[in-house]
Write a protein that binds this ligand. Structure first.
Ligand code: ADP
Ligand code: MG
Length: 450
């Protein structure tokens, strides 16, 4: 149950940002909330029939919008004036105290701990996430989860959210992507006249939480003022022992252009990686999906898929449903290995069109007439250093791989070496015509081969 008058205050705060000061003082602030009729219509009283007309004519869309944001989409409203109020009171028994709001679950209900298959690759992340969900703010703060695309980061964050909603409904928890945090922040800078209010609203939104989760925080890397704001949000929550959970496709030390002070904040709790699933975990995940979606599929299809998809679980699930729907389209009751093979043939054709690090390395090698072993090996002679740096630069430019992964492709080189090579070529491209020509010829070859 929530207090209607307190909720109405929130509507007023929002309205204040939307209308002029004069309109707000004259028409909006003076509204009285009389009743929640039939538990679904807010009855608002305007000070006079003139005021009522003003509200209906000029502000009803804004009022509707703000009510929806605060009370939810099921709540409607109507406006009456002072004179009509007397009549209304004769006919109705009013309730202007309490409302039961059915707030929508902001978390994906499919992404729960129960639906998360635990294996060697993700057991530590699972344990840490579970512990944070059970006792937020007490251990592992911040919890920083990193891992490649499609390995379950967003799933884990939502699982924490669903768990907290169920077991600690009183806790204020928020999940945002880095992108929406940034957009919110930019919006809060927007209207100059209302700047202060907008900023304080932004702060109130993000700093009055028990748990803040930001997904894909790596995207904050080149946004200086968002970093600044996030730093303060982080500090305030952290000082109040509130839980912060972040996910990223790479560890903090590899997020380039991240301010050092944020980097060290991120590293001050627990940094836990999610690794690529092993074969058994992949099979277990596929089985779970089959039973969840009630797919009728031969077991050998699962093995076939698990053997062919390297790491990305999203891709694996995508293939599984493609095979199932392929079989369904053919009118079959059960998808078989042959269906899987047919689907896979088509997939490989489309996969060819993608640029991979291997493709880049082999193209650079054939351009320079050198071997892959040499290119990725230890030798540091001038003839091999240049193509190696160009390959590293191109991988960075054309693909969004974590530096650590690129380092592994080049014989386990350290990420600082990768950064150095990338930046060196980047600088040379500005001044050195020869390098510019080479890089653009290799790029052409890569794209024409694909
Ligand atoms: P990320 O955010 O790391 O890119 P997601 O969390 O979006 O990855 O996961 C991609 C898909 O794989 C989702 O459908 C998710 O449910 C599924 N998935 C990932 N890991 C697991 C797991 N351990 N058990 C079950 N499903 C998983
Ligand atoms: Mg994600």
């Amino acid at each position: 149950m929530q207090d209607i008058q307190i909720l109405w205050e929130k509507v007023l705060e929002k309205m204040e940002l939307l209308v002029t000061v004069v309109s707000f003082d004259l028409w909006i602030k003076t509204i009285e909330v009389l009743d929640l009729k039939d538990d679904k219509t807010l009855v608002l009283v305007a000070t006079s029939s003139f005021a009522k007309n003003q509200l209906v004519k000029n502000h009803s869309n804004q009022i509707a919008e703000c009510i929806e944001q605060v009370f939810g989409s099921e709540i409607d409203f109507e406006i009456i004036d002072k004179a009509e109020k007397e009549e209304y009171l004769k006919l109705h028994k009013v309730n202007n105290n309490e409302i039961e709001i059915k707030t929508e679950n902001p978390f994906n209900e499919k992404y729960t701990f129960d639906n998360f298959v635990v294996g060697k690759s993700n057991q530590f992340v699972y344990a840490a996430a579970r512990s944070v969900a059970e006792t937020p703010g007490e251990k592992f703060n911040p919890l920083f989860i990193y891992g490649g695309v499609g390995l379950g980061k967003t799933h884990i964050l939502n699982a924490i959210g669903n768990f907290v909603r169920q077991h600690h409904p009183e806790k204020k928890i928020m999940y945002v992507t880095c992108e929406s945090f940034t957009n919110d922040y930019i919006e809060s800078l927007g209207v100059s006249k209302e700047k202060e209010k907008a900023t304080s609203r932004f702060r109130e939104k993000y700093r009055n939480l028990d748990i803040l989760m930001v997904d894909d925080i790596q995207f904050i890397s080149n946004k200086t003022s968002t970093q600044e704001e996030f730093f303060h949000t982080f500090n305030e929550l952290y000082q109040k022992n509130k839980q912060i959970i972040l996910s990223s496709d790479r560890p903090p030390k590899e997020i380039s252009t991240l301010e050092d002070r944020l980097r060290s904040r991120f590293a001050s709790g627990l940094i836990q990686d999610i690794q690529a699933p092993d074969f058994e975990t992949k099979i277990a995940i596929l089985k779970k999906k089959v039973s969840q979606e009630k797919y009728n599929i031969d077991e050998e299809v699962l093995t076939f898929i698990a053997e062919r998809v390297n790491t990305n679980i999203r891709e694996m699930e995508g293939l599984l449903s493609k095979v199932y729907f392929y079989a369904t389209l053919l009118g079959k009751k059960c998808a078989t290995l042959d269906d899987a093979k047919n689907v896979f043939k088509d997939e490989q054709v489309t996969q060819k069109e993608q640029i991979s690090p291997e493709k880049i390395i082999s193209t650079v090698c054939s351009y320079y007439g050198t071997s892959e072993a040499e290119l990725t090996g230890k030798k540091r002679s001038k003839e091999i250093v240049e193509p190696r740096m160009i390959a590293i630069y191109l991988i960075n430019e054309l693909l969004d791989l974590p530096l650590i992964t690129t380092g592994k492709l080049f014989g386990g080189r350290d990420h600082t070496t990768i950064i150095h090579a990338r930046d060196k070529i980047y600088e040379q491209l500005k001044t050195n015509n020869k390098i510019r020509t080479i890089v653009s010829e290799i790029k052409n070859q890569i794209s024409s081969n694909c």
